[in-house]
Ligand binder design. Structure first.
Ligand code: I3S
Length: 119
């Protein structure tokens, strides 16, 4: 195949429960409301599944939020919450109890953002 042309493929991650709070919707500030969602990182999107089975593409009644990562920004934002390991994209705050899980997702998302900026 032609996989790998243009450099290393970004990592694809799934299988971790992330705490997620949508803080902005189309530029409109939202009231912070944390909920657990199953993350799945594809080559250009962050999928946030309400139900774990949705990672396998199964219909499970829950919803999936699709976050386009092309042109996104992501940064650690310790001041945005009393929780530890919090980082923020354009619309969502994300958090995991374990630093290794949080940093794995932060690094994966940042690599995806970086690579999707190159056409
Ligand atoms: O930034 P804030 O306002 O301290 O965030 C807290 C609130 O969103 C709170 O909900 P209420 O607005 O209904 O009180 C949440 O329950 C808290 O979890 C938020 O603080 P943390 O530090 O957990 O992000």
């Amino acid at each position: 195949g032609v996989l790998g042309v243009g450099g290393a493929e970004p990592p694809e991650l799934k299988g971790d429960l992330l705490n997620v709070a949508k803080v902005s919707d189309s530029g409109k500030k939202q009231r912070k409301n944390w909920s657990g969602m199953w993350g799945e990182l594809t080559s250009d999107q962050l999928l946030l599944h309400k139900e774990r089975q949705q990672e396998a593409g199964m219909k499970a009644g829950g919803k999936t939020d699709v976050v386009e990562l092309c042109g996104a920004v992501i940064e650690w934002t310790p001041d945005k919450s009393s929780r530890k390991n919090v980082f923020q994209g354009t619309e969502y705050l994300l958090q995991a109890e374990s630093y290794s899980t949080a940093s794995k997702w932060f690094d994966g998302i940042r690599k995806t953002v970086d690579s999707s900026g190159k056409v």
